[in-house]
Design a protein around this ligand. Structure first.
Ligand code: IMP
Ligand code: MG
Length: 179
């Protein structure tokens, strides 16, 4: 599989180093807080597992799953939560862990939805951000890597549910926009 993609745009070593830095920063920022790390499945699973182990304070772990109906290119896309949290986040400091913030729709929807459960704070950490594709102005507190407007796979990210297990980030070589 690795041969299909050629050179990674972010290598395993670069991922590891950056995630270690993010973990240190988050450790500093959340020390003494009632901390819940919430992973957004499926895309964030690989990043989440590495990030959680780079954070040196006690935490609760939880997950939710989202899907979006319709093409990635359409602004009419509807984001839905298909699996709910199991932890009660009321009064807690929540950090959402995302694979990628693209248009910003998913992050905005999740912050809005989880805010109704009255956490003490809610912030967003994403492995990747494509600032050029942002159509929704949503605050992102921690960003692993800013990447250009290219469709990427690996390290949790998929193309039609495949390539999530690629151990580095690669650009998917294809014409047009991946749906
Ligand atoms: P949003 O547009 O910010 O809501 O991002 C929606 C979702 O699109 C992300 O959580 C990813 O699952 C997916 N996505 C966006 N860009 C890429 C990419 O380059 N590769 C794989 N998935 C992507
Ligand atoms: Mg996806």
């Amino acid at each position: 599989m690795e041969r299909i993609f050629g050179r990674p745009i972010v290598t395993q070593e670069e991922m590891r180093a950056r995630i270690r830095e993010l973990g240190k920063q988050i450790t500093t920022d959340y020390t003494g807080k009632d901390f819940v790390l919430v992973g957004v499945l499926k895309g964030a699973y690989a990043f989440y597992a590495d990030l959680a182990r780079a954070i040196g304070i006690p935490m609760r772990v939880d997950f939710l799953m989202v899907t979006s109906d319709g093409s990635r290119a359409k602004t009419s896309r509807k984001v839905r939560m298909v699996t709910e949290l199991t932890e009660d986040i009321k009064g807690k400091d929540v950090l959402l862990v995302e694979d990628i913030v693209d248009s910003g729709l998913t992050a905005q929807y999740l912050v809005k939805t989880l805010t109704k459960k009255k956490p003490r704070s809610i912030k967003v950490c994403t492995l990747l951000s494509k600032p050029d594709r942002r159509t929704i102005d949503v605050a992102i507190d921690y960003v692993g890597f800013k990447i250009p407007n290219k469709y990427v796979v690996g390290y949790g990210l998929d193309y039609q549910q495949k390539y999530r297990n690629l151990p580095y980030l690669a650009v998917l070589d294809m014409e047009g926009d991946a749906g």
